[in-house]
Ligand binder design. Structure first.
Ligand SMILES: Nc1ncnc2c1ncn2[C@@H]1O[C@H](COP(=O)(O)OP(=O)(O)O)[C@@H](O)[C@H]1O
Ligand SMILES: CC(C)(COP(=O)(O)O)[C@@H](O)C(=O)NCCC(=O)O
Ligand SMILES: [K+]
Length: 257
């Protein structure tokens, strides 16, 4: 069985793939100082709680935080006796090499989303991932990542307002009733919510115009449904896109060993 690990700047997600389905998905905050032993304690507690019997033989890691990889490697080696595949490292093959400026290190999450989305939908895609940052990944006709857009994430934007302005509180995102807010919280939610609707729509329209073609827009990340409910910005929403991409890259490496 495969243990797929996706470390974002905010959250780290573990999923167990039995070759057909994901048996479970476990989530913790990303913290570079967490030790291999701490990962194992957390992991075993939860799979016991869910009554899952998993015989992990392989581990694949995608991490936007380079410092966490060391402890995750130790975790894989010590508890599963395996050498993990780490997306972005030279020994981890990709189904399609990215075409970007020389010397650019593309976020591994973006390479994984590209592989997952191409496997499900074919080429000419825009993948929108609502994480710490909101990323737009452009997938060419042949499945290669060819660039994209990085925008501040929804929660990051709200947090930035709170951090920088003494009178602005911490608020959670939600869809405001009106554009014109009649209290501070409603004003902030309106700025972020409607501003984000505009950001997503404008960026996708401009990518399609720049590339002179229609492209399927695939969204992932917990906040995508909030925006989709309001405006139908995306053709598809796939919560498990990054995890699916990890299984695709793992299989590709197995098949090409
Ligand atoms: N369903 C949700 N509702 C509200 N906030 C969410 C939801 N899912 C994720 N978030 C928040 O969105 C931000 C990005 O989360 P996540 O997608 O895990 O980011 P990353 O992959 O960069 O670690 C975090 O601040 C997280 O708390
Ligand atoms: C843009 C990102 C910060 C997004 O990370 P996330 O929101 O998933 O934590 C990450 O993909 C990254 O660090 N990228 C490196 C630069 C690039 O992709 O061009
Ligand atoms: K992400």
């Amino acid at each position: 069985m495969l243990l797929a690990i996706d470390c974002g700047n905010t959250n780290t997600v573990f999923s167990i793939w039995d070759g057909t389905t994901f048996l479970c998905t476990l989530r913790t905050s990303t913290h570079h100082a967490r030790t291999a032993d701490a990962y194992f304690t957390w992991y075993t507690t939860l799979i016991k709680h869910y009554g899952i019997e998993a015989d992990i033989t392989d581990v694949i890691i995608s991490s936007t935080v380079p410092r966490v990889v060391f402890n995750l490697r130790v975790f894989a080696d010590r508890f599963f006796n395996c050498r993990p595949l780490v997306v972005g490292k030279p020994e981890c093959l990709l189904p399609h090499a990215p075409r970007v400026d020389t010397g650019t290190i593309v976020g591994p999450d973006r390479l994984v989303n590209t592989a997952g989305a191409y496997d499900r939908h074919g080429g000419n895609l825009i993948v929108v991932d609502f994480g710490t940052a909101t990323t737009f990944d452009v997938v060419d006709h042949d499945g290669a990542y060819v660039g994209g857009v990085i925008a501040p994430g929804v929660n990051l934007s709200l947090e930035a307002l709170h951090m920088a302005a003494a009178a602005l509180p911490h608020v959670d995102i939600s869809k405001p009733q009106n554009v014109v807010g009649t209290n501070t919280v409603a004003c902030m939610q309106s700025g972020i919510f409607w501003g984000y609707i505009g950001l997503v729509r404008e960026i996708c329209t401009r990518i399609q115009a720049e590339r002179d073609r229609d492209m399927r827009i695939v969204a992932t990340g917990g906040l995508a449904p909030l925006f989709q409910q309001s405006e139908e910005l995306f053709d598809d929403f796939e919560d498990d896109l990054t995890m699916h991409g990890l299984t695709v890259i793992h299989k590709y490496n197995k098949d090409n060993e």
